[in-house]
Ligand binder design. Structure first.
Ligand code: NDP
Length: 268
């Protein structure tokens, strides 16, 4: 059982809406297992009040950091006192940690979480050919992580095509190899298909790809964790493909985040 006392440190998770966040549920048992006197709580912050809330978070001396979800990941970049190089490269922050000197530093764990989640389920990325739909914050983080993991190629399909082109260029430049290209959301046999858009959050959303092109040679992976099985995963499963829920992307990073945030001990 969670035992909160006067010495308990607080980790927040900020977002709007907030009720769907899974960080408290997933990370509190990890803090407990580590014997860390830290509790993670959801903090509902409207985008228009982020600046005000940020100053308040800074003033809470026993707050050791906070996770960040929609819509604050990009806005947080400018508010952090410093940025980890990966957060800067991705252009989005998903964890802020209060460093020993009291400053707020921004970090990015989404890409690592996605890759670790796949590996934990026994999937291999090295040498794989990937098709990713989306070019927003989650997609950018995943694209760099796939390149670093040694995937052979990445086709990026996005509604706004220029964003897919920009992302492919940025990844190729950073990796010094011709790895990514912008393309159509058309799956080909043997590929790992990744939905990195927000399509599927709502039951009325269209599917991000033409599911009739999915076959049993493919692995279809989601970033969306709620619902755990999206309509895309249902359709892919029905066509014999292996499927991978967005929940694994969260599980893949939560232990890293717990260790990272518990590392700094600040005075309160
Ligand atoms: P962004 O707003 O940065 O990007 C959204 C992406 O979805 C863009 O590529 C956008 O295309 C596309 N998109 C949105 N609506 C439509 C539509 N109607 N038709 C076609 N494309 C559409 O969001 P994030 O990248 O931060 O988040 C995306 C998803 O990833 C969310 O569902 C989020 O919950 C999930 N996520 C999951 C994590 C996990 O650990 N499981 C971690 C982080 C995010 P365009 O560029 O054309 O607008």
């Amino acid at each position: 059982a969670l035992a909160v006392n006067g010495s308990t440190k607080i980790m927040g998770v900020i977002g709007d809406p907030i009720a769907q966040v899974m960080t408290p549920t997933t990370i509190n048992p990890i803090f407990a297992a580590r014997g860390a006197n830290i509790v993670c709580v959801p903090l509902h912050i409207d985008a228009r009040e982020l600046d005000t809330a940020w100053a308040g978070l800074k003033a809470l001396r026993n707050l050791i950091g906070f996770g960040i979800t929609l819509p604050h990941k990009q806005a947080a970049l400018a508010l952090c006192d410093s940025l980890d190089p990966l957060a800067k490269r991705v252009g989005a922050v998903n964890l802020v940690r209060r460093e020993a000197d009291g400053t707020f530093r921004g970090y990015q764990f989404d890409g690592k979480g996605f890759v670790r989640g796949l590996k934990a389920q026994g999937h291999t990325l090295s040498g794989s050919h990937c098709l990713m739909v989306g070019a927003g914050g989650a997609a950018i983080a995943i694209a760099f992580a796939l390149a670093e993991e040694g995937a052979a190629s990445l086709t990026i399909a996005n509604r706004t095509r220029t964003k897919a082109e920009e992302l492919a260029d940025a990844v190729n430049r950073a990796m010094g190899r011709s790895f990514a290209r912008a393309g159509d959301p058309r799956p080909t046999p043997g590929e790992i298909i990744i939905n990195a858009t927000s399509l599927g959050l709502s039951a009325s959303d269209p599917l991000p790809i033409d599911a009739s092109l999915v076959d049993e040679t493919m692995l279809v992976a989601e970033v969306i964790a709620k619902p755990e099985v999206t309509p895309l995963l249902q359709a892919a499963h029905a066509r014999g493909a292996r499927v991978h829920s967005g929940i694994h992307m969260i599980r893949g990073q939560v232990d890293l985040i717990a260790a990272h945030i518990a590392e700094v001990q600040t005075d309160s």
